[in-house]
Design a protein around this ligand. Structure first.
Ligand code: DGL
Length: 252
């Protein structure tokens, strides 16, 4: 059990930013990553479809013997997280928009959340917003998902997007940003270029803490040995696989 891999899933490239952080935090673990790039983006799909795609990937990873599952996708976690926790016999943790840390850090200023349409509409985010930060500004950003899928991580394209979307609010009124989509982990630099000094929360630190705790409870943490990361994708485009390797190596 301790030597079994940990499954990590996303609709595509976004979860690679989570995987990068997981590998650094848990260097003895073996990870098995699945990007459903052939079906990305998930954000514009109805929740039932996102749920079905996520269940299919989770079962495929279970068949490969994973000891835990990280839903490294806010959208998939919003649509299918609870279901997977109920149905799978292994620990399941999922990334969610980190409104808690963002709100605590914003010092009474506004919190701005970038996420997919599905994440912003589903009850997980709606509940967090109502409970923690009712005046959070929610901005759907499907364009950014496709930028990252294409490998565009910096420069004019994301910066113009952020500048346009933030135009209605003076920057000094913004106290924190939430990247509520794992694809956007790769765009911290572009956002900081537009809004220097404003802290960004992407939900990765809390999900790593949850995974560590769940594995410790199940006595399933790898204690020694060299970790690894195997990448799988539903896409048959060799360029997608090449881009995945580049993104995994990139420092998000
Ligand atoms: N990476 C995903 C997320 O965290 C979803 C992007 C998409 O497929 O629309 O929400």
């Amino acid at each position: 059990m301790r030597n079994a891999p940990i499954g990590v899933l996303d609709s595509g490239m976004g979860g690679l930013g989570v995987l990068h952080a997981l590998r650094r935090a848990m260097p003895h673990e073996r990870f098995l990553y699945f990007g459903d790039n052939a079906n990305a983006p998930y954000g514009p799909r109805p929740p039932e479809e996102i749920q079905a795609l996520t269940l299919r990937t989770a079962h495929m990873l279970m068949e490969r013997g994973v000891k835990a599952l990280v839903i490294a996708c806010n959208t998939a976690n919003s649509a299918a997280g609870e279901l997977l926790k109920e149905r799978l016999p292994i620990p399941v943790v999922g990334v969610e928009p980190d409104l808690e840390d963002a709100h605590a850090c914003a010092g009474g200023k506004r919190v701005v959340v970038f996420a997919t349409q599905a994440t912003l509409a589903l009850p997980l985010y709606q509940g967090l917003r109502k409970r923690l930060c009712p005046d959070a500004i929610s901005i759907p950003a499907p364009e950014l998902v496709m930028m990252v899928e294409r490998g565009v991580l910096s420069g004019a394209e994301p910066e113009v997007f952020f500048r346009e979307k933030l135009r209605p609010w003076p920057l000094e009124e913004i106290g924190a940003f939430v990247m509520g989509c794992t694809h956007f982990i790769f765009l911290h630099g572009a956002l900081s270029a537009v809004a220097p000094g404003v802290p960004i929360f992407d939900g990765v630190t809390p999900v790593i803490a949850s995974l560590r705790e769940a594995l410790a409870q199940a006595d399933a943490l790898a204690a020694s040995g060299e970790g690894s990361a195997e990448l799988l994708t539903s896409s048959d485009d060799p360029e997608v696989y090449a881009r995945m390797r580049v993104l995994l190596a990139a420092e998000p």
